[in-house]
Design a protein around this ligand. Sequence first.
Ligand code: C5P
Length: 279
Amino acid sequence: MAIEAFAPAKINLTLHVTGQRDDGYHLLDSLVVFAGIGDTIRVVPSDALTLEIDGPEAGGLSAEPDNLVLRAARLLAPGRGAAITLTKRLPVASGIGGGSADAAATLGAMSKLWDLPMPGAKQVLTLGADVPVCLSTSPARMRGIGERLDPVPPLPEMDIVLVNPRVAVSTPAVFRALEIKENPPMEPDLPCWRDLPAFISWLGGQRNDLAAPATAQQPVIGDVLDALRDAGALFASMSGSGATCFGLFPPDGHSAKSVAKAVLFLEHPEWWCTHGRVL
Ligand code: C5P
């Protein structure tokens, strides 16, 4: 029996850094959504715990024991064997949760395979601050360092274009470079957005506090945002600590596709670029 799980890209539509804990981790207030673009985890029972990585982005990753997929498997079922295949489509270390999404999908697939309960919230968090939200794969307001999750009002339908300029960004380095650690959170109660224009207008008043330090380290992030805006994105920002940026488009099935395929792909074939629906 094989179990497959989809590990969708995680996108921080907003990311407010509101403080720092004594252990150095930063407190966040972030509106997180997922896209119909992602990696796949396939698990079959086996004597030993093994990991094979294929897919277009497999080159960025090695199947070492500290790979998040293997760490997740050992956390859920210490000592049990499984042959895991990770099909990697999301660029590694790019601010869209690839490793956390893979870890969450592994937990989901392995708990199904063996009918085991999920590890507790505290244990899940030890895999990474984004793993709890990646377990839900539905829109959420994420606070604390990633452990506090609240549902959000229904979001309008929208398409998304993701662009990564193929530069590596170190998350700890971006957090360290952040000058002001205590920034205002989002409003206590998120509004009920009437439609896509109302949502876009609300987003215009939000921030990703990591965009400035990430862009200072990798100025090409500014070029990506300009390209998305020039191409007609209703809203464009960076996800997580970068360098992946996103542009939002009407859910008409062709705007995001034509921007991703024609404009960006032809103008910047050296960038990673894809499109999908916000889940
Ligand atoms: O939890 P994760 O392994 O994804 O985080 C990578 C690094 O990013 C942490 O070691 C920490 O330096 C930084 N980080 C942070 N505050 C968060 C999440 C991550 O300072 N809320």
